[in-house]
Design a protein around this ligand. Structure first.
Ligand code: ARG
Length: 410
């Protein structure tokens, strides 16, 4: 006969006491205070997971902080290569800029982290997954949707969302329990290979200029080098494979361009964006590699793709960015859009020369064996093969409907 306390068996209580969950742990404020909260409030055994997506932080420190916060087991997964190849490069092939501005760094990393959370939960025999997202942002949707798609029976606990705390209250809680934090920053920062986002505090007033000290990847124009730097970016299948003729892997190429373009003052984005739930928010991003690569990639596409392909691709790109921003990475539409994009990328190969100088990234030349730019047709010189006389008949027919409509419109 099992003893009961208020109709609940002690065995049940003990089993819930030791139930484990897996928490996505970045070492920042939200995830750090989540560990003691989950332990104290529910008695959970908290397994922390940090996924390296190129955030460039001291992972040993993060591990130490996880244990200090009360983690019972810390797992670290190096997913940089997977992130670059399977998430960032598809975004580049899609020239993905949400609302024409934001290269989606955070939005791309969330489904990957969610997939790793599910993997660790399953291997640890846990069916509870936790993350430090607030109830106001986009990241909660991105995590929850991917987790539920990959592990439908999982339960999700988002302490900060449930707790409904302000950032000030979170800082106060952390200091009350003497929790060591990686940052005392008043800003909320998220970073990975594809970019860095900074939000909150003084930035919440869209009229206020971002203070210089928030920038870490992009130099100010005044402190950037006086001499320009030219780079040759080699592309194959719509993705970069070499810089200045030296083949490099995806992570290296992105990191190199982050430091080179960032040094020349390229990559700051100041954006008032529409969040998934309709809130408008002011966001600051640093994305030197993303902006440089998208510029070069778009330029090469103009050399090799037809007018019709470019026109439809622009529509597909906007939808792709919207879907990924909105947390719908696992939606079959994304796969369908990727299929279209992949077809177009087979001819996106060649070289783009760019000049980095004082905040500007300018394409200064491009070439491709798949180019459909035809010099003998285009030239204004003597030996053009284009028959100018055929233009007159073409224009006669081309403008026919417009002329007829104009004539009857009175
Ligand atoms: N607004 C961006 C997005 O939704 C960036 C969010 C960054 N998250 C953060 N915790 N600072 O993708």
């Amino acid at each position: 006969m099992t003893k009961t306390v208020k109709n609940v068996s002690i065995d049940f209580l003990l089993s819930t006491m030791t139930e484990s969950l897996v928490l996505a742990f970045s070492g920042g404020l939200d995830t750090s205070i989540s560990v003691p909260w989950l332990r104290e409030k529910f008695g959970y055994d908290v397994i922390t997971l940090t996924v390296d997506v190129g955030q460039g932080e001291d992972l040993k420190m993060i591990e130490r902080r996880a244990y200090l916060a009360g983690s019972s087991k810390h797992v670290m997964i190096d997913a940089r290569e997977e992130f670059a190849k399977e998430y960032v490069f598809p975004a580049l092939r899609a020239n993905a800029l949400y609302e024409g501005k934001y290269p989606l760094a955070t939005a791309l990393a969330r489904p990957l982290i969610a997939q790793k959370l599910v993997g660790v939960a399953k291997s640890e025999g846990s069916s509870i997954i936790s993350h430090g997202c607030t109830g106001k942002g986009n990241d909660q949707a991105r995590f929850d949707i991917t987790i539920k798609a990959l592990f439908p029976s999982a339960r999700i606990i988002a302490p900060v969302r449930e707790w409904n705390l302000s950032r000030e209250a979170e800082l106060e809680y952390a200091s009350k329990i003497a929790l060591e934090l990686g940052t005392k920053s008043e800003y909320s920062i998220d970073q990975n290979l594809w970019g860095r986002s900074i939000e909150g505090s003084t930035l919440e007033d869209p009229a206020v200029e971002p203070p210089a000290e928030i920038f870490e990847w992009v130099r100010s124009i005044s402190s950037s080098p006086d001499s320009p730097e030219d780079l040759d970016i080699g592309f194959e299948d719509g993705v970069p494979t070499a810089i200045n003729g030296n083949p490099a892997d995806p992570v290296d190429i992105i990191s190199t361009l982050n430091s080179k373009a960032g040094m020349h003052g390229i990559g700051v984005i100041d954006h008032v964006e529409n969040r998934i739930m309709g809130l408008k928010s002011r966001e600051i991003y640093e994305a030197p590699a993303a902006l440089t690569l998208i510029e070069a990639h778009k330029d090469l596409e103009k050399l090799v793709l037809t007018r019709q392909e470019l026109e439809v691709k622009a529509m597909i790109e906007a939808k792709w960015a919207w879907m990924v921003y909105s947390g719908l990475w696992i939606d079959p539409l994304v796969e369908a859009l990727n299929a279209f994009i992949d077809t177009t990328q087979k001819r996106v190969m060649g070289h783009v020369k760019i000049r980095l100088h004082k905040g500007s990234c300018r394409v200064i030349g491009r070439e491709s064996t798949k180019s459909i730019y035809n010099l003998s047709l285009a030239t204004y010189g003597e030996n053009s093969t284009f028959n100018q006389r055929s233009a007159e008949a073409f224009i006669e027919i081309w403008g026919m409907q417009s002329r007829l409509a104009k004539a009857v419109a009175k």
